[in-house]
Design a binder for this molecule. Structure first.
Ligand code: SF4
Length: 107
């Protein structure tokens, strides 16, 4: 059994259509995988200790009431996030409820 040229062209078009419809899904999936959260900063890391980082601002003796990573000018996590990047610790996430002595108000 051999395929006619028309059938072969039809199959080719079906494959191209399938590829065009699946490609955005693959790209979206890759974007989701790339957006995975970074490793959480350990409170025991030397750089965290240097600025007295804690995961819960309530346990920070020097913290101004109401201040936390979530409302710090250096926090880069989206609104409502529980953790996110901090400009002070590249490649690491901090807890939104955390705090350190470098806390600065948002501008
Ligand atoms: Fe949190 Fe701001 Fe300190 Fe970063 S600089 S750990 S966001 S308080």
């Amino acid at each position: 059994m051999s395929h006619s040229p028309l059938l072969t062209r039809r199959l080719l078009l079906q494959w191209l259509t399938l590829g065009a419809s699946v490609t955005p899904l693959l790209v979206a999936g890759m974007g989701t995988a790339m957006a995975a959260p970074a490793a959480l900063l350990s409170v025991d890391a030397p750089e965290a200790r240097a600025v007295k980082y804690v995961e819960d601002a309530k346990h920070a003796q020097s913290a101004t009431p109401g201040s936390s990573c979530a409302n710090c000018g250096l926090y880069q996590g989206p609104n409502g996030s529980t953790q996110g990047p901090c400009q002070l610790f590249p490649g690491k996430d901090v807890k939104a409820a955390g705090w350190c002595t470098s806390w600065a108000p948002q501008m």
